[in-house]
Design a protein. Structure first.
Length: 328
């Protein structure tokens, strides 16, 4: 039987903790019962906090862990839930846990994180030079704090075999099924998904992302250019003339824009238009052709290709997933 330790701390997401606890506790149980065979639990799951005391989760639910981390000397998997409170304060309060995670990894434990729990994992230094993902809204903060980690925010799951990360929201479900498949095989993962009615839909975080984090820089001229682009999306925008508008040569403008935002002006403009299109698809029943024109493009076919490249899904599939306006 595999052993999983859920690391608990104040302001963690209780839904992920209890969800992981339920899911892994039912592997080999629910499916077997449905099939009228004897339950054979595959995982032993326990909760541990830094000092063994109760933790108060983000939703104010209190959980009583089974033990303190110092008493955990063996675990096949250690699962880190999302941080729901202040990330810097949470990390500062759990220096002992960071050391424990390093020690457990050295003993052979596989360490996985969900959403902003990746900050805890990255704080150990174990992710340096390796791939990781996190919630799309915390990408810039993560990159600034952990420049040596190869962050892949577009990925729902990153797999370094003994170090795994899941993106935001319900990605912990996909990560859990992935771990079941890793440890027990494909059939067990499929059986668990069927028994608990879990549908693995998304392979990427891209449909959920925005580019708001790209304004967190100190270049006022570039920020002004970004704001101007936002308010003139329907117009034909010349990147070279845009630089002149803000007192820079085209070459200087492109260099400073890339340095400040991480994207070229053209790529950023494309992202703005895709973001505007996403909002229209969410909040209206305008045709795809009309949406295309509203965000400054004439060729809907080209725009649909751009939209899919940026988000991972087509405009129509995006609307089907996120639009709350009923069809007439």
């Amino acid at each position: 039987m595999k052993k999983i330790t859920l690391f608990c701390f104040d302001y963690a997401f209780s839904s992920v903790i209890s969800g992981v606890l339920d899911l892994f506790s039912l592997v080999g149980v629910t499916w077997n019962r449905v099939q009228k065979t004897d339950p054979t639990p595959a995982f032993q799951v326990e909760l541990a906090s830094q000092d063994g005391g109760p933790v108060r989760c983000l939703n104010r639910l209190s959980l009583q862990p089974d033990r303190d981390i110092a008493s955990v000397t063996h675990s096949d998997i250690i699962f880190i839930p999302p941080i729901g409170g202040d990330i810097d304060k949470t990390l500062a309060r759990h220096v002992q846990a960071i050391d424990w995670l390093r020690a457990m990894h050295a003993k052979g434990s596989q360490i996985v994180s969900s959403c902003t729990g990746s900050f805890v994992l990255a704080e150990t230094g174990l992710l340096d030079g390796k791939q990781a993902t996190t919630h799309w809204g915390y990408v810039e903060q993560f990159r600034e704090r952990y420049p040596n980690v190869q962050l892949r925010p577009e990925q729902l799951i990153t797999n370094e075999i003994d170090l795994l990360c899941a993106g935001g929201g319900s990605a912990w479900l996909d990560l859990s099924l992935f771990l079941i498949e890793q440890h027990l095989g494909h059939d067990s993962a499929v059986q668990t998904a069927k028994a608990l009615v879990i549908e693995r839909k998304q392979q990427s975080q891209r449909p959920f992302t925005t580019n708001q984090g790209q304004k967190y820089h100190h270049d006022k001229a570039i920020l002004s250019a970004q704001l101007w682009m936002e308010s003139h999306l329907t117009e034909k925008i010349s990147i070279d003339r845009l630089g002149e508008r803000f007192g820079m040569t085209p070459r200087t403008f492109k260099r400073r824009f890339k340095q400040a935002t991480g994207d070229t002006p053209l790529v950023y403009l494309q992202s703005l238009r895709v973001e505007a299109a996403k909002k229209m698809l969410e909040n209206s029943r305008l045709s795809i052709e009309s949406v295309t024109q509203c965000v400054g493009y004439e060729d809907s076919s080209s725009f649909m290709k751009l939209f899919k490249r940026k988000t991972g899904i087509s405009p129509q599939n995006y609307r089907n997933t996120f639009c709350h306006i009923p069809r007439r």
